[in-house]
Design a protein around this ligand. Structure first.
Ligand SMILES: Nc1ncnc2c1ncn2[C@@H]1O[C@H](COP(=O)(O)OP(=O)(O)OP(=O)(O)O)[C@@H](O)[C@H]1O
Length: 209
């Protein structure tokens, strides 16, 4: 589903960050660990096509995404990539339901009938759909951001520190949900984290240095 070759990136005025080659097939989970400043978020943004590498290649679903124009990349991301952030970044004035449906509408995609209900049920947030995001607990917000990422049934799920603000119970629950959903949808799941609790859950891992 995704592989990289010889990937490097330098932030403006920064040193060049060099990344090990990564492969994650459909249905697999890969944990990318590393201390603060080793480039985890930068790597995730490269894999999501939000940054363009200074060197190297990134192949997602048989396309080399570094070749895409920004507009083509946006359209491709909408179809193939779901991103889960540490902070959910919901729009405060909209209900959770509206927040989940909005990205689908903005991407000019048509959500499958019943998709929202199915995803909400799986993640245990059906009863919360008409609440404002600020009224949800941290664990509920994180389940809701996983739901948002799953709406389009992406083949690639990228999670950036998805458990950093969660207690042990919610951390384990969110990790299990992420893995389950990825497996059920046959998606590749890449988790970027410095959360050592996740290192004990997912065996397939690489560490940035
Ligand atoms: N926008 C930017 N402009 C310049 N340098 C940046 C920028 N963003 C990150 N960097 C630098 O790039 C390096 C990698 O940063 P990055 O945020 O990818 O690391 P990280 O492993 O995710 O860190 P953390 O765990 O603390 O979030 C750091 O040295 C950082 O200072």
């Amino acid at each position: 589903m995704i592989y990289t070759k010889n990937l490097a990136y330098a932030h403006p005025g920064g040193r060049q960050l060099e990344f090990p080659d990564i492969t994650c097939k459909s249905g697999e989970v890969l944990l990318i660990a590393g201390q603060s400043g080793t480039g985890k978020t930068t790597l995730l943004h490269l894999l999501a096509g939000l940054l363009r590498p200074t060197r190297g290649r990134i192949n997602v679903a048989d396309s080399f995404i570094e070749e895409f124009s920004p507009a083509a990349m946006d359209a491709f991301r909408g179809r193939h990539i779901g991103i889960i952030y540490q902070q959910s970044h919901f729009i405060a004035s909209l209900s959770l339901r509206e927040n989940l449906v909005l990205p689908v509408a903005l991407g000019h995609h048509r959500a499958q009938a019943g998709r929202l209900q199915a995803v909400a049920e799986k993640l245990g947030i059906s009863a919360l759909l008409y609440k404002k995001p600020a009224r949800l607990s941290q664990g509920e917000q994180q389940r809701a951001s996983i739901a948002r990422a799953l709406m389009q049934q992406p083949g690639l799920l990228l999670a950036d520190e998805p458990t950093a603000s969660l207690d042990d119970h919610n951390c384990a629950a969110v990790a299990q949900l992420l893995a389950e959903q990825a497996r059920e949808q046959n998606a590749a799941l890449l988790i970027v984290t410095h959360d050592s609790r996740l290192k004990e859950i997912f065996a397939n891992q690489i560490t940035l240095s």
